[in-house]
Design a binder for this molecule. Sequence first.
Ligand code: ADP
Length: 235
Amino acid sequence: TLFRSIASHIAHEIRNPLVTMGGYAKRILKNMKENEPDPGKIIKSADIIYTESERLEKILANVMDFTKPSTYIKDFNDINHVIRDTYKLLKNVLFERGIKVNLDLNDNLPSVKCDFNQMKQVFINLFQNAIDATPEKGRIEIVTDSDETWVLITISDSGTGIIAEDPEVIFENFFTTKATGVGLGLANVKKIIKDHGGIIKAGNREEGGAEFRIKLPVPAAEQKSDYNEKIEGEG
Ligand code: ADP
């Protein structure tokens, strides 16, 4: 049933851009066959075809993410490292948009047993959403901290805030308020966090903008010393 709903959603999403692309390709062909083809019109049509093909690529990338089998390679990783890595990746986009990022990362964070790349995917999605929701010269803040049982991560932005009445719905498959959105990003994020024994909550801040809180379990001490022994044993 989930598969069916995904399939029918994808079919629906893909149809519009395809119809548009076909229509404009036809226009180009028609124009080329005329005595004096109009380069202006041809460029305009080609431009629309290009934009629509980019949209299709985005839809597919989202779907691929979602349908990827979730085999995790879990190692002890420093979440701060994952966040800094993601930030580096998106630095240019953030700079272009004039968005200020504040990373307030606690240096004494215990490491978490997690799949580095999957965690990176989590932060890419959350960053991307914050960017989408943040008008020019906005702010994004990431804070990390920990207590005995959890590593705590808060990502907040100065954007539009979550429009939905119940913030939980934004984690549902296909919930989107964006014109070209697919609504699988946060569903994917929630799945990855859950598969790591964690929790994610969304809400709005009093001063405006959205806030996402993530908790990831701190591994038990004996689990970690086991791991360290293994590592040492290999050397
Ligand atoms: P998509 O980005 O394709 O819409 P997501 O699952 O990533 O899919 O997000 C679902 C919806 O949640 C968005 O369309 C938006 O309405 C809301 N949302 C997510 N992040 C934020 C944010 N930082 N601020 C405001 N709304 C958000």
